[in-house]
Ligand binder design. Structure first.
Ligand SMILES: Cc1ncc(COP(=O)(O)O)c(C=O)c1O
Length: 401
């Protein structure tokens, strides 16, 4: 997609044009770029996005008359047997009392945070939590506070401080099991202990855990699912290779969301064909120990080939952030790597905190150890060619977070 031309100040859209120009001047303008190069950027960790069994499940369902469109909200005509079957299967698989299918993880997170916490409650969210949680927080009528990243003691301090100030409602803690832009892992056992001690609820976003972490790919929250105070969000568009999200938790949570989550109620239900695809994706991740082992091998290999030479710690997930500081430098290094045939994206604020623009390298089964070996010298060269914060090159606006 090309840049739109600047508009005259008389145009009713002139202010949009000026704001885009301001983003451009700060190396923050995004455009949609075509897919190109070796995949070091997708979240298709297990390579299931092009899985033949998932494609066949969609084709078979279409052939027996399952419709592409739900035709309405789940609360009206849109509630198809495929949605119900998927939710039953997901609840069983993840070990929860119930599951509710949303059309995306973004919609699900926004719904959870906007709907469950009530006026008089408190939300404590990790400071690096995903934008979709912030979206829900924008809509909530509960109080909210951000806690230091991956710091269970900071979460507990936030709760005790709020209680000391007279807070009496329910506390909802929002975290990710594997952080999307840092690839690090939450101290889940400590956080579960905090919610147990304080009568709070833990909402675990498993977007980057489902499929690749935990026994059978159930995510890192698997040992805790089924408890009343644990809600998990299993997105279906990353390791599961499809799209949508399954919220798992107590039956009353599902019941409440069905009654009160505006994004669920006032929206056409996801395609029944997609529900079928996600059901098959659950079977695929359940049987993917070999794929998880192969991904682990790639992670260990990337640790040796990429992280050690750069003096970085070994990765604990398939997400390797290489923090470069300025937006301009991150985008310039990403552009050089793209020119060398690697699909690597620069990630800028506000997706990540100011001053921490980075490359986000992901490992998936769409690549091999040889691809990592080819990337390592290209990365060293791109970093050397773009050293220093004040790189004078072009803004490289085509590389979007
Ligand atoms: C941590 C996290 N939560 C939620 C989402 C949103 O999920 P979806 O892509 O299904 O909308 C993402 C995707 O970027 C994510 O990384």
């Amino acid at each position: 997609m090309a840049y739109s031309a600047p508009m005259s100040s008389l145009s009713p859209l002139g202010s949009l044009s000026r704001r885009l120009a301001a983003l451009d001047a700060r190396s923050r303008r995004r455009i949609l770029a075509p897919r190109a190069g070796v995949d070091f950027a997708s979240n298709d960790y297990l390579g299931l996005a092009s899985d033949p069994a998932i494609a066949a499940a969609i084709a078979d369902a279409a052939a027996r008359g399952v419709p592409a469109g739900a035709g309405g909200s789940r609360l009206l005509r849109g509630n198809a047997p495929e949605h119900e079957a998927l939710e039953e299967k997901a609840a069983r698989f993840f070990g929860a009392e119930s599951a509710l299918f949303f059309s995306s993880g973004f919609a699900a997170n926004a719904a959870l945070l906007a709907t469950l916490p009530q006026p008089g409650d408190l939300i404590v969210a990790d400071e690096l939590i995903h934008a979709s949680v912030h979206e829900g927080i924008r809509l909530t009528r509960a109080a909210h506070v951000l806690a230091a990243h991956n710091d269970a003691a900071a979460v507990e301090d936030a709760i005790t401080g709020w209680r000391a100030g007279g807070g009496t409602g329910t506390v909802w803690i929002a975290i990710e099991s594997v952080y999307s832009m840092d690839g690090d892992i939450a101290p889940l056992a400590d956080l579960v202990a905090v919610v147990d001690r304080h009568g709070a609820v833990l909402i675990v976003d498993e977007a980057h855990g489902t499929g690749i972490m935990g026994a059978g790919g159930r995510g890192l929250s698997a040992p805790y699912e089924g408890r009343e105070n644990i809600i998990a969000l299993h997105t279906c568009g990353k390791a599961m290779g499809v799209e949508g999200a399954l919220v798992t938790g107590a039956a009353i949570v599902k019941d409440y969301l069905v009654n009160r989550a505006r994004g669920f109620i006032f929206s056409t239900a996801p395609s029944p064909l997609i529900a079928v695809a996600v059901g098959t994706a659950i079977d695929r991740i359940a049987a993917a120990d070999d794929r998880r082992a192969a991904l682990d091998d790639l992670r260990a290999h990337a640790g040796r080939a990429i992280c050690v030479p750069l003096g970085l710690a070994a990765p604990v997930s398939p997400i390797l952030p290489i923090i470069l500081g300025t937006d301009r430098r991150a985008m310039a290094v990403a552009a050089d790597l793209q020119a060398a045939g690697f699909d690597i994206r620069g990630i800028r604020p506000p997706t990540v905190p100011a001053g921490t623009a980075r490359l986000r390298i992901t490992l998936t089964l769409n690549i091999t150890a040889a691809d990592i070996d080819a990337l390592a010298p290209a990365l060293t060269a791109a970093l050397a060619a773009n050293s220093g914060a004040a790189h004078p090159g072009t803004a490289h606006p085509g590389v979007a977070a």
